[in-house]
Design a protein around this ligand. Structure first.
Ligand SMILES: CC(=O)SCCNC(=O)CCNC(=O)[C@H](O)C(C)(C)COP(=O)(O)OP(=O)(O)OC[C@H]1O[C@@H](n2cnc3c(N)ncnc32)[C@H](O)[C@@H]1OP(=O)(O)O
Ligand SMILES: CC(C)C(=O)C(=O)O
Ligand SMILES: [Mg+2]
Length: 556
């Protein structure tokens, strides 16, 4: 490869932060942050078709239901749709008392003025202003030096303070974002923020929010954590400032950066549900929140019906959620592969109600987010007996004995190989039915009469053999021995088991028999009936017929 064409030469590693006594690496997340959804702003501005008023309202109500207390609802000076949406929220009384709406504006006088107009009559509001501070933006976008950029920020901060004072009926919170904080020289980021602090004069009782965006993610997440810890140590009036994280996912590590940022001392997280947002998206709030469960923390957001939330988000954003998306993807609580299914089935069987969650391969209990166990195990050609057994147990109450699991899984394997497709529980049951329950040839059991006296059983059997009715009679120490004695072929029973399916008046019996015919290969049969003796007789004929058919097939 020619070095001249080597793309890596265009880029430079992000320099490490000088913070040898960093503390975040040995911390864990022990507190739930303040959550802020930016779905209706950062999410919305990145959509092919931004949401209309109806969609925005539907999304807003879902966010409220989920439990978000801070919601960035619009960029009011951007469009009439956004402006009018803020008006509708306020005038229509749609904002619950414990929810604060947030709006974004550039640090420009006309836009700030329009933003305050949109907020007239709000009980509470966060006014969020941003301007770029990163070196390339200073040069490319603003053509300003550092002092010029500080001037943009402080001028806007002053105007915001002044306009807020003119609308005293609203409980205001001010928020400032130095854009691409993560690419801004740290001391300059602090310098700009300190200048804004000087204007806003926050106190521990009336804090401001400093939102520190990784607008474009261009370093490993440990760098972002260092930047957050460094900033927290150096910013003035730390006790009067809420440090907010706002990460994007350009390198695919938005969640990691946010989590490490929390360990580094941040108080608040902005993001979007399922990671919508500019380019690769904002950090996925759902993932960060649900990851808290595995830290033993309740995220204080309600995703107990995650599929209902997903439906709203997909319909409003007109973007599908990927099937492998953490927590919510269609496939993420599903195991196809044999060894995973085996471990999951054993895990479910041993998991006790209320005990610490230990089911292998499932980081959280799917039921906690409204997912059903049925979806957990699905069967294709990579599956083994564990998954097949699990589905038959869950869906049909059929518990195959161990050796029969092995035998039947080979039948299923042949079918999945032949189809090249997944098999549903229903298809598996149909296969079990045709292979075992419908194994009625050459012997079709038509009826039986059982007499038991002094420990001896005598059975009269009516069977149909190749269309002809035959009567068989046998005696033995029990019904099965009597039945075996009645047969015209040599049958040796290797194993027998039974269990109930269901309970009460609808209960049925399932019987399983493993037998050998004339010393041949051991094979299984199943019988299901309301009557246990009938079930066991059906099981015997099921196994016998399978054995005879196979012998015939092998001879042919
Ligand atoms: C990282 C982020 O997500 S930031 C949020 C981005 N979101 C959006 O932009 C969505 C909504 N935006 C819009 O609809 C439009 O940009 C508007 C209506 C707000 C403004 O539109 P316009 O007036 O046409 O300006 P435009 O967006 O092109 O911005 C360019 C001008 O604003 C300046 N500018 C850009 N950002 C800022 C800022 N944060 N603060 C101050 N000035 C800014 C630029 O330097 C440029 O100035 P110039 O014309 O003197 O060179
Ligand atoms: C407006 C700011 C906070 C933003 O969205 C970003 O920098 O990503
Ligand atoms: Mg953003």
């Amino acid at each position: 490869m020619s070095m001249l064409k080597d793309p890596s030469r265009k880029y430079q590693a992000f320099p490490a932060i000088n913070l040898p006594d960093r503390t975040w690496p040995s911390k864990t997340i022990t507190e739930v942050p303040i959550w802020c959804s930016s779905d209706l702003r950062d999410g919305n501005q990145s959509l092919i078709e931004p949401m209309d008023a109806q969609k925005k309202m539907r999304f807003f109500k879902t966010l409220v239901q989920v439990g978000l207390k801070e919601i960035e609802v619009a960029f009011p000076s951007a469009s009439d749709t956004d402006f009018n949406f803020v008006r509708e929220l306020i005038e229509g009384g749609h904002i619950p008392d414990d929810v604060t709406i947030q709006v974004l504006t550039q640090a420009r006088e006309d836009l700030i003025t329009r933003t305050f107009e949109s907020l007239k009559g709000a009980k509470k509001a966060i006014v969020h202003v941003y301007n770029a501070t990163a070196p390339s933006f200073r040069r490319i976008v603003f053509n300003q030096d550092k002092a010029g950029v500080i001037g943009i920020a402080t001028k806007a901060a002053s105007l915001i303070k002044q306009l807020a004072a003119q609308q005293p009926g609203t409980d205001w919170t001010f928020q400032y974002s130095p854009e691409i904080f993560s690419s801004t020289e740290l001391d300059f980021a602090v310098e700009v923020c300190d200048a804004v602090i000087d204007v806003w004069q926050p106190t521990p009782e009336k804090k401001i929010i400093l939102n520190l965006p990784a607008t474009v993610e261009c370093a490993t997440p440990n760098i972002y954590a260092d930047q957050i810890e460094w900033f927290g140590r150096h910013v003035s009036r730390r006790d009067s400032v809420i440090i907010s994280l706002h990460t994007h996912n350009d390198r695919g590590t938005g969640v990691a950066a946010t989590e490490l940022g929390l360990m580094a001392g941040a108080d608040r997280v902005e993001g979007c549900l399922f990671g919508n947002g500019e380019r690769t998206g904002n950090v996925d709030l759902v993932t960060v929140a649900l990851n808290m469960y595995t830290q033993g923390l309740h995220p204080q957001l309600d995703f107990s019906d995650i599929d209902a939330v997903r439906k709203v988000v997909e319909e409003c954003n007109q973007l599908p959620v990927h099937p492998r998306h953490p927590y919510v993807g269609d496939l993420v609580h599903t195991a196809f592969s044999g060894s995973h299914q085996d471990a999951i089935r054993k895990g479910f069987a041993q998991q006790e109600e209320g005990a610490r969650w230990e089911v292998p391969y499932l980081p959280i209990d799917p039921a906690d987010i409204g997912r059903s166990y049925e979806a957990v195990i699905r069967v294709n050609s990579q599956s083994g007996k564990g998954g097949i057994t699990f589905l038959l147990e869950q869906e049909y109450g059929i518990s195959l004995p161990r050796r029969m699991q092995i035998e039947f899984s080979q039948v299923v394997q042949k079918e999945t190989d032949r189809l090249g497709l997944e098999m549903t529980a229903e298809q598996i049951y149909k296969l079990l039915d045709s292979e075992y329950l419908q194994a009625t040839s050459p012997f079709t059991l038509k009826g039986h009469r059982l007499q038991e006296e002094n420990g001896t059983s005598a059975v009269d059997i009516e069977v149909q053999v190749k269309g002809e009715t035959q009567h068989l009679r046998g005696m033995g120490k029990g019904p099965l021995e009597a039945l075996v004695a009645s047969l015209p072929v040599g049958v040796e029973i290797m194993d027998y088991s039974e269990h109930a399916i269901g309970a009460g008046t609808n209960a049925k019996a399932a019987a399983y028999i493993e037998l050998r015919v004339n010393g041949g290969r051991a094979l299984h049969g199943i019988g299901i009936d309301e009557n246990l003796t009938t079930a066991s007789f059906r099981a015997l004929f099921s196994a016998l017929n399978r054995a005879l058919s196979q012998t015939e097939a092998e001879a042919a």
